[in-house]
Design a protein around this ligand. Structure first.
Ligand code: TYC
Length: 118
C-alpha cells in the first residue's frame, strides 16, 4: 500500500528565553505524530458455514454492498481467507467480537481474527 506521509503540524515557537548576553532566542520544536497502526479483519474459510451467512456478515459488520460481500466471500471460499476491512485496533477488535458472537449465535464455526497491517 503506497501511502503518503501526512504533513506534520508544527508547534508554535517556544516561549522566548533570554541568554547571557540578553539576546532573545526562539526555539522551534517540531511535533512528530505518527499515524496509528492499522489492523485488518480477516475471515477464514471452513467447510460448514453457509455462503449466505458469510455474505450477510460481511454486509452487516463491514458495510459492504451485496455484490462486494459476495466477491469477498468467494475469495475466502477459494483462497482460504480474506480481508473484510481495515481499522484502528479497537474497532478491529470490536468487529471480530461481533462476527464471532453472530456466528456462535447461529451455530456456525466461522472464524475471524485481526492482524496488524504491514
Ligand atoms: N466454504 C463455505 C461453504 O462452502 C463457505 C464459506 C465462505 C465459509 C467463507 C466461511 O469465511 C467463509 N459453505
Amino acid at each position: 500500500m503506497a501511502s503518503e506521509t501526512p504533513k506534520k503540524p508544527e508547534t508554535p515557537a517556544a516561549p522566548p528565553s533570554v541568554g547571557n548576553d540578553d539576546a532573545v532566542v526562539l526555539e522551534r520544536r517540531t511535533q512528530r505524530v505518527q499515524p496509528p497502526q492499522m489492523y485488518q479483519v480477516v475471515l477464514l474459510n471452513d467447510d460448514f458455514t453457509p455462503m449466505e451467512f458469510v455474505v450477510h456478515v460481511i454486509q452487516e459488520f463491514f458495510s459492504k454492498d451485496r455484490e462486494t460481500a459476495t466477491q469477498i466471500m468467494l475469495k475466502i471460499h477459494l483462497e482460504g481467507k480474506g480481508i473484510c476491512g481495515v481499522y484502528t485496533r479497537d474497532v478491529a477488535g470490536t468487529k471480530v467480537d461481533q462476527v464471532l458472537q453472530a456466528a456462535r449465535a447461529a451455530g456456525h464455526p466461522l472464524q475471524c481474527l485481526s492482524e496488524p497491517v504491514e
